[in-house]
Design a protein around this ligand. Structure first.
Ligand code: GLU
Length: 448
């Protein structure tokens, strides 16, 4: 079956899973030159096999709210592919979570994790539980209940979850406590743990910092530097605020962050004090808009950042947050680089528009791989029970991001996707990630 036939089959079979189909098509359309050069992939039906997860585990989560009422949520773990290592990927708690979203995230995670060069397979999980408006005790009870079910299906050498949207250090700690309680095992079964009990230094910062390190490499390839560049960031979560922080540290002027209520625009640019204020505000689930009462600037209610002029955009909120209209605004407002902090934040039409206009584009599976890379470093620190310093992890992260950049750029060149200095990072990273997984599958024969 050719790649085109395989896409058609996925489209027909999973018409009710649009995000998953979108993620599959993006990979399929860019790996054709690699596939053509490797007839063994076709023979062993590698693509057709990779679009089906090893398994999808679905379970019910019962918990009790503060009023003593029983609540019922759904939970899932998608164990997508363990060709390169234990299934690895975050847990997302958000009302939009469903099988389509988790399958798209799990599918992307396979190639992202392969790109890190570290021994981790791809998986993802989560629940349609909405942490918004829940009390601390409700969140704790939900996390305990979720892990009471999930613990049957994970272990440190088989499947290692972590955080994602709605799941941070606090939630990971509650889930870790329940796992430990049920299994009597103190192991690296979850990453993103607190630093005092097995967590890695820098895990919190890693995704955002890593995205900016990737950006630095892209800029260098064009003989440019980040200093003085105007940066638009969307979102105000862990990835956004750490991307903003690192960009500021390196001399960029970050003028926006945003949330579901609107966009904060500070023409003077953020600095460390303002970012610390934003982190605290978000930790306490308080409105972003209060910023202007403290530091000035403008609040654009109900708007995204893309109508503002800038050089670099780092969309870091959620999937499909940037549509074709937004992409047109980006191009019209002078954006020259788009670096995805979130997973699949651009729709297929938005990607086409910015690429048609030769805006340098780093897909999430390359640019935001720093988070899961430091998770893999957390796993190895847990195994040897020895911990590295912040500086040591930072150095590793910089090298990993440079390596992902360089491998993607090299593959773009090798497979004739680089056009007059315009590097196709999308094709390059899909090719590198896919090849690493496909070669392992070929070596295994038809098992896996
Ligand atoms: N959720 C993050 C991602 O999208 C991190 C996963 C992990 O650390 O396992 O890559």
């Amino acid at each position: 079956m050719s790649i085109n036939q395989a896409i058609k089959k996925v489209e027909e079979r999973y018409a009710h899973q649009p995000e998953f189909v979108q993620a599959v098509k993006e990979v399929a359309l860019t790996i054709a030159p690699l596939y053509d050069a490797h007839p063994e992939y076709e023979k062993l039906k590698i693509f057709e096999r990779l679009v089906e997860p090893d398994r999808v585990i679905a379970f019910r989560v019962n918990w009790e709210n503060d009023k003593g009422e029983v609540q019922v949520n759904r939970g899932w773990r998608v164990q997508f592919c363990n060709a390169l290592g234990p299934y690895k990927g975050g847990l997302r708690f958000h009302p939009t979570v469903n099988q389509s979203v988790l399958k798209f995230l799990g599918f992307e995670q396979i190639f992202k994790n392969a790109l890190t060069g570290l021994p981790i397979g791809g998986g993802k999980g989560g629940s349609d539980f909405d942490p918004k408006g829940k009390s601390e005790s409700e969140i704790r009870r939900f996390c305990y209940a979720f892990m009471r079910e999930l613990h049957h299906y994970i272990s440190k050498d088989m499947d290692v979850p972590a955080g994602d949207i709605g799941v941070g250090g606090r939630e990971v700690s509650y889930m870790y406590a329940m796992y430990k309680n049920l299994t009597h095992e103190y192991s690296g079964v979850l990453t993103g743990k607190g630093v005092g009990f097995g967590g890695s230094l820098m895990r919190t910062e890693a995704t955002g910092y890593g995205a900016v390190y990737f950006l630095e490499n892209m800029l260098k390839a064009q003989n440019e530097s980040i200093e003085g560049k105007v940066v638009l960031v969307s979102g105000a979560g862990n990835v956004s605020l750490h991307a903003a922080e690192k960009a500021c540290m390196l001399g960029a002027k970050v003028v926006t962050v945003s949330d579901s209520q609107g966009t904060l625009y500070d023409e003077k640019g953020l600095d460390q004090e303002k970012i610390n204020w934003l982190k605290k505000q978000k930790d306490q689930s308080k409105p972003l808009s209060e910023y202007i009462e403290v530091y000035g600037g403008e609040w654009f209610a109900g708007q995204k950042p893309w109508h503002i002029k800038g050089d670099i955009a780092i969309p870091s909120a959620t999937q499909n947050e940037v549509n074709e209209e937004d992409a047109k605004l980006m191009v019209d407002n002078g954006i020259k680089y788009v670096v995805e902090g979130a997973n699949m934040p651009l729709t297929a039409e938005a990607i086409d528009h910015i690429r048609d206009n030769r805006v340098h584009y780093a897909p999430g599976k390359a640019a935001n791989a720093g988070g899961v890379a430091v998770s893999a470093l957390e796993m190895s620190q847990n195994s040897v029970r020895q911990y590295k310093t912040f500086e040591q992890i930072d150095e590793r992260l910089k090298n990993i991001m440079k390596n992902i950049h360089d491998c993607a750029a090299e593959a773009s060149e090798t497979y004739n996707q680089t056009d007059n200095g315009y590097v196709d990072y999308m094709a390059g990273s899909n090719i590198v990630g896919f090849k690493r997984v496909a070669d392992a599958l070929v070596a295994y024969g038809f098992l896996n």
